[in-house]
Design a protein around this ligand. Structure first.
Ligand SMILES: NC(=O)c1ccc[n+]([C@@H]2O[C@H](COP(=O)([O-])OP(=O)(O)OC[C@H]3O[C@@H](n4cnc5c(N)ncnc54)[C@H](OP(=O)(O)O)[C@@H]3O)[C@@H](O)[C@H]2O)c1
Length: 253
């Protein structure tokens, strides 16, 4: 068990890649903090709650802490980290996975949607990293894994909205610059993105007519890649942005 005795925080773990990642850490022995907004099935049209994920982690024999968290809000993020340290005493891995996207062209994008998308993706990544870093620095170890997208740098028609694209591009720059900042504390900071579509509740919602059988499952590459990056320190792989399939091939995951 690669993460026995370790503590991982996964944002956006009520469903999708975040939930699969949280369960992946638990299977490898970690205690896991499940941070997202949905607490009950009635709250949102998409399935999945933080408590359901936490229950599945406990069923694997690990400790789980479900914390209602809005990653765009400073107070909420600080409280999530405070509760993590109160319950588990340390933070070994932070996965900045929470995201939203809206499919619209710039000319048709209301400013409040632009703000929401950039806030959840980019501000959330900043706020959660800033909140987790003091504990990691005190430990002189830790790993931050940011989730990007092919939307950050793929040319051609963009169907996902430019707010999402530029937020993910900024996350990649944040990743390699932050890695330099925390190098001396033995903390790794990396990013990973899927090679294409991954079958999740969020993606099915936006693409109801797609052929889901052609999409990757989170467990195919993303979870394996995130766990590998979560095990790094600054002495290993840091400051890098990987496509999930490439990472799995290079390191034979
Ligand atoms: N699936 C793909 O094909 C694909 C492709 C490229 C990149 N990605 C990236 O992979 C990651 C996961 O994607 P996914 O498809 O699994 O997404 P998803 O199914 O839509 O799940 C998104 C998660 O983010 C959480 N979230 C949204 N707003 C939040 C907020 N303000 N505070 C806290 N949590 C929030 C949601 O939880 P609540 O609603 O409960 O808060 C949910 O758990 C994202 O970073 C995404 O950009 C996915």
């Amino acid at each position: 068990m690669k993460f026995a005795g370790k503590v991982a925080i996964v944002t956006g773990a009520s469903r999708g890649i975040g939930k699969a990642t949280a369960l992946g850490f638990a299977r490898e022995g970690a205690d896991v903090v499940v941070a997202a907004r949905t607490e009950s099935p009635e709250q949102y049209s998409l399935s999945g709650t933080i408590h359901q994920t936490a229950d599945e982690i406990r069923a694997l024999g690990r400790r789980a802490l479900a914390v209602r968290t809005d990653v765009t809000k400073e107070d909420s993020v600080e409280e999530m980290v405070r509760l993590t340290l109160e319950q588990f005493g340390r933070i070994d891995v932070l996965v900045n996975n929470a995201a939203v996207a809206f499919y619209s062209k710039v000319a048709e994008t209301p400013a409040k949607r632009w703000d929401l998308v950039t806030n959840v993706n980019l501000r959330g990544t900043f706020l959660c990293s800033r909140a987790a870093l003091p504990a990691m620095m005190k430990q002189e170890s830790g790993s931050i894994v940011n989730i990007s997208s092919y939307a950050a740098d793929r040319n051609g028609p963009i169907y996902i909205g430019l707010a999402y694209c530029v937020a993910k591009a900024a996350i990649e720059r944040f990743t390699n610059a932050l890695a330099d900042e925390v190098l001396d504390h033995s903390i790794a900071v990396n990013a990973i993105k899927p090679r294409g579509e991954v079958d999740t509740e969020g993606m099915r919602y936006w693409n109801p007519d797609a052929d889901f059988s052609r999409w990757d499952k989170a467990e195919d590459f993303m979870v394996r890649g995130i766990l590998f990056l979560g095990s790094q320190t600054a002495a290993g792989v840091t400051g890098q942005v990987f496509v999930d399939e490439d990472l799995c091939r290079i390191y034979r995951l």
